[in-house]
Design a protein around this ligand. Structure first.
Ligand code: ATP
Length: 326
């Protein structure tokens, strides 16, 4: 790719909740830029670092071995100041002072709103989707989702062993305040008897108790119920199940363990591809865009358009569970 003479230095930051694969994306941005003789400044703690000039020079060697590391070496944060015009103006001034012509931010929808606002101040901006919830509508995939699924599945497999030994029910809460993609994938992968997601109201008797009763009649001796955190208190659901079935029922809250760990091969590869694509987009003078993975292709989309979209749960997969979980 021909170098865009306007771009000599870019910034990269991670923002919002962390997700496995953020480091691999940083590495890819730095190396893709270095290959085109473009300097990279790493910005620490999301938009806070931009406003406060908390930056570090990066080169191909400073990202050695980063692909396999969870978390984000640049740290991530939420920055309230940046939500307002004054904060955005300060960030744009910092970009000018630091000689940053283009900014790549790795994060979720909120992070992209920030990029959209910053682009109005003349900074070229590009987002890379990263959240374990996979709830960004413009893209089929967000960094971290595969690793988070695998982390939860591995832990639930262990739980299932002990639930089987003691003939118990396990209610497992996974992350997902507004979206059930993670719960759905984890539930299917672990053979859950019921999967509760925020997108669907559930009937306690029909969607949980009846399935457990049917399973017992069919000879099952232990059950897994997956609850996305947005559905409600897993412990209250567990108490109710125990009262209705008379079966010892235990609760496990997965919590932040799902956000950590070495990224899966899929997350490493996707992060590398998205990072490389983002640098190419800036060199093509594109701005106010987000990198999206659509129909097995990398594309870019205007941030306003991306933010106006709504992601639905895969209803075919959701319906399939009724047949498979018996
Ligand atoms: P997650 O999926 O973890 O929620 P996110 O990127 O959506 O990731 P947010 O906390 O919503 O996380 O946003 C991250 C940061 O982006 C905020 O702290 C703020 O600095 C900036 N941001 C969010 N919304 C806006 C907005 N409307 N305008 C400007 N900046 C915003």
């Amino acid at each position: 790719m021909e170098n865009n003479p306007k771009i000599k230095r870019i910034g990269v930051l991670t923002s919002g909740g962390d997700a496995p694969g953020m480091n691999a994306a940083i590495r890819s941005v730095v190396r893709s830029a270095a290959a085109r003789n473009i300097q990279v400044l790493g910005i620490r703690r999301g938009y806070n670092g931009l406003i406060n000039g908390d930056v570090t020079e990066m080169n191909a060697r400073s990202v050695n071995g980063l692909t396999s590391r969870g978390g984000t070496m640049l740290c991530t944060a939420r920055c309230d100041e940046f939500r307002y015009e004054e904060g955005q103006q300060r960030a744009a001034n910092a970009c000018r002072y630091l000689g940053i012509q283009g900014l790549i931010a790795i994060g979720g929808d909120g992070t992209f709103r920030g990029l959209r606002d910053l682009s109005k101040f003349g900074v070229q901006t590009c987002g890379i989707p990263a959240t374990i919830d996979n709830d960004i509508a413009s893209t089929d995939y967000t960094l971290g989702f595969d690793t988070a699924c695998n982390t939860a599945v591995e832990a639930i497999d262990k739980l299932a062993d002990t639930m089987q030994s003691h003939e118990r029910i396990s209610v497992v809460e996974v992350m997902g305040r507004h979206a059930g993609h993670l719960a759905l994938y984890v539930g299917i992968a672990t053979g859950a008897a019921a999967i509760l997601v925020p997108e669907h109201p559930f009937d306690f008797e029909q969607d949980i108790i009846e399935r457990i009763r049917e399973g017992r009649i069919a000879g099952k001796n232990h059950f897994i119920v997956i609850v996305a955190e947005g559905v409600g208190h897993a412990s209250a659901i567990a108490d109710k199940i125990a009262a209705e079935t008379g079966i010892d029922t235990r609760v496990t809250i997965m919590g932040h363990i799902q956000r950590g760990g070495s990224p899966s091969a899929r997350d490493r590869v996707m992060a590398t591809r998205m990072g490389h694509y983002a640098v190419d987009c800036l060199l093509e003078e594109k701005s106010n865009i987000v990198v999206c993975y659509k129909n097995a292709q990398m594309i870019d989309m205007n941030i306003d358009e991306a933010l106006s979209m709504t992601k639905c749960l895969n209803e075919n997969m959701y319906d399939m569970v009724k047949d498979i979980s018996k």
